[in-house]
Design a protein around this ligand. Structure first.
Ligand code: SF4
Length: 409
C-alpha cells in the first residue's frame, strides 16, 4: 500500500514538475511516507527524520514533508520533536498531498502530459480499490489511521486499469487493507476482478491483502476459472491458537482457516499461499505458540512474514498485559522464521527442472528479474530489453532460499 501511494504521489507531483531526485543530497524536498502498523516502522521514521534535519542544517532551503499513517496518528508529536518539518499530511488526506506540497513550494503549473509519459514504463501497476478497515483486530492501528472501509467506484477502477494497460502495464495488483471485502453498490470483489480480466492486453491480475473471513467460495471459484488471475494468495493467519485468534478479534478459528486452505488447494492445485504471523501477542503461552508452529509445518506456506507483537496506541490489545517477555518473542520469531526458510528451500528446490511461465519485470545488465504466477522471483540471464513486459517460458536451473535462476526456453 505504501509503495502504491508513494508511486501515486510521485506521479501526481510530476504533474507539477516536481521530479524524483536519485540521491538525498540532490533533493529540494524530502518527503517521508510513513507506516504506523508496527512500532519499529515508526522508530525508523523518527531516525530518518533526524537525518533529514541534519541535511537541512547543511541546506536550509530544503522542505521536509511527512505523509501517511504516522502523520495522521501523531501529527503533534512530530511537530514538537522535529521543528524543521514544513508540512504534515495524514493518511486520510493523501489524495491532496501533491497539491499541498506544490503549494508549499509555490508551484501552481499543472500538466498531465508529464504524468502520462511517466506511466508508460510500469509493467506492474498497483491500483487501490478500497481504503480503511472496519475489522478492528485488537492489535491493529489501521482502522484508527485509515478510517472506515471505503470501496472505490468500480467503473473508475476499471478505467484506471484500462489506462494502465494502454500505457504498457501487463499485470495489475489490486490493493486494499481488506481487498476481498470490496463492495461498491452491487459489485462485489469477484465481479470487479472478472470485469478487469476482460481488458485486452492485460495478462495478469493479483490482489492483496485478503481477510480469511471474507474469502468466499465464489472468489475461490473465480481464481480457479479465470486464467489471468495468478495462482497466489496472501491470507494472513496471525496465529493457529483459537484462544489467541479470539483475543485478536480475527473472527475465524484455526479450523476454519485450514478449511479455506484446503478449498484453495483443491480449486487451484499450484496455488502458493503466503501469510502473516504475529508471535508474542498478549497471553500467548508456549502451547499457543506450539500450535502456530505446528500449523506452519503442516500448511507449508509459500512464504510468510512473522512479526513480534508490539503494542499500538488506541487498540484494544494496548490495554492487555503485554506479558510475553521480549526474549521469548525473539525466540518464537526466530523459530518460525527458521521453519519457514526450511520449507521455502524445499519448495524452491522442488521447482528445479520444471518449466515456469514468468513475467519479465525488470532488467539489470543482462539479467532479467521475472516472477512466476505463484509469485516467486526468477532471475534469467542473457535476456535483452525487448523481453521486458513479456511472459516467457523459463526452465528453472538453480534455487536459492527465496529466488530461482533459469533460462529462457
Ligand atoms: S483486517 Fe485487521 S489487521 Fe487487517 S487492516 Fe483491518 S484491523 Fe488491521
Amino acid at each position: 500500500m505504501n509503495i502504491c501511494e508513494s508511486d501515486k504521489l510521485g506521479h501526481a507531483l510530476s504533474c507539477y514538475g516536481i521530479l524524483k531526485a536519485n540521491v538525498l543530497q540532490k533533493a529540494d524536498i524530502v518527503i517521508l511516507n510513513t507506516c504506523s502498523v508496527r512500532d519499529q516502522a515508526e522508530q525508523k521514521a523518527f531516525s530518518f527524520l533526524g537525518r533529514a534535519e541534519e541535511f537541512k542544517r547543511e541546506k536550509p532551503n530544503i522542505k521536509i514533508v511527512v505523509v501517511g499513517c504516522m502523520a495522521e496518528r501523531i501529527e503533534h508529536k512530530i511537530k514538537h520533536r522535529f521543528k524543521s518539518v514544513n508540512l504534515i499530511i495524514g493518511a486520510k488526506d493523501i489524495d491532496n498531498a501533491a497539491f499541498k506540497i506544490a503549494d508549499l513550494c509555490d508551484i501552481s503549473n499543472y500538466s498531465i502530459a508529464e504524468r502520462e509519459s511517466d506511466k508508460a514504463f510500469d509493467i506492474i501497476k498497483y491500483i487501490t480499490v478500497m481504503r480503511g478497515c472496519d475489522n478492528y483486530c485488537s492489535y491493529c492501528v489501521v482502522p484508527f489511521v485509515r478510517g472506515q472501509e471505503t470501496s472505490f467506484k468500480s467503473s473508475d477502477i476499471i478505467e484506471d486499469c484500462r489506462l494502465a494497460v494502454n500505457n504498457g502495464a501487463k499485470e495489475i495488483m489490486l490493493l486494499g487493507q481488506n481487498v476481498n471485502s470490496y463492495k461498491y453498490d452491487d459489485i462485489k470483489f469477484t465481479d470487479l476482478v472478472k470485469n478487469i480480466a476482460k481488458i485486452d492486453g492485460l495478462e495478469r491480475i493479483r490482489f492483496m491483502t485478503n481477510h480469511p473471513k471474507d474469502l468466499s467460495n465464489e472468489l475461490i471459484d473465480m481464481m480457479a476459472r479465470e486464467p489471468k488471475v495468478c495462482s497466489h494468495i496472501h491470507l494472513p493467519m496471525q496465529s493457529a491458537s483459537n484462544n489467541i485468534l479470539l483475543a485478536m478479534n480475527r473472527k475465524y478459528t484455526y479450523q476454519q482457516y485450514l478449511m479455506l486452505i484446503k478449498k484453495l488447494r483443491v480449486a487451484v492445485p499450484d496455488i502458493s499461499v503466503t501469510t502473516d504471523i504475529i508471535v508474542g501477542f498478549p497471553g500467548e503461552t508456549e502451547e499457543d505458540f506450539e500450535q502456530t508452529l505446528k500449523a506452519v509445518k503442516e500448511i507449508r506456506f509459500g512464504g510468510l512474514y512473522v512479526f513480534r507483537y508490539s503494542s499500538r496506541p488506541n487498540t484494544r490489545a494496548a490495554s492487555m498485559d503485554d506479558d510475553v517477555p521480549l526474549e521469548d518473542k525473539k525466540k518464537r520469531h526466530s523459530i518460525i522464521l527458521k521453519e519457514s526458510n526450511k520449507i521455502s528451500i524445499e519448495i524452491v528446490a522442488s521447482m528445479v527442472g520444471t518449466t515456469q511461465q514468468v513475467l519479465a519485470e525488470k532488467i539489470e545488465g543482462d539479467v532479467i528479474e521475472t516472477r512466476t504466477r505463484s509469485g516467486r522471483k526468477v532471475f534469467v540471464k542473457c535476456a535483452s530489453k525487448k523481453d521486458l513486459g513479456k511472459q516467457l517460458n523459463v526452465s528453472i536451473k538453480e534455487a536459492k532460499i527465496n529466488s530461482l535462476f533459469g533460462e529462457i526456453i
